[in-house]
Design a protein around this ligand. Structure first.
Ligand SMILES: [Zn+2]
Length: 97
């Protein structure tokens, strides 16, 4: 189910290969464009929108990564994702044989 600011922009995570159905711009509400940052819903790692890439995303370079990690909104999103992922992993452990 897409969130309010998710856009129907499929992409493949450059870190884990997960195919994300939608994409949100982590630094605004506009449709993500080249250079914007987004986060994979599978691994929680940041990716940079790159329409020239066949996957739609690329890994951030070191300068971009440092910039993203200083952004308070991005830090909040990473923190929230970590809580959700911890809960998801705990649920999987409870349901595994
Ligand atoms: Zn990923």
């Amino acid at each position: 189910m897409p969130l309010e600011y998710d856009f129907d922009v499929p992409s493949v995570c450059p870190w884990c290969g997960f195919e994300n159905e939608a994409m949100a711009n982590m630094t605004g509400t506009e449709r993500p464009t080249d250079g914007d940052v987004t986060m994979c819903m599978e691994c929680g790692i940041l990716g940079v929108v790159d329409t020239a890439s066949p996957t739609g995303l690329r890994k951030p370079n070191p300068i971009e990564r440092a910039e993203f990690l200083r952004d308070p909104d991005i830090k909040k999103m990473l923190w929230a994702w970590q809580i959700v992922d911890d809960q998801r992993r705990a649920a999987r452990r409870r349901h595994s044989p």
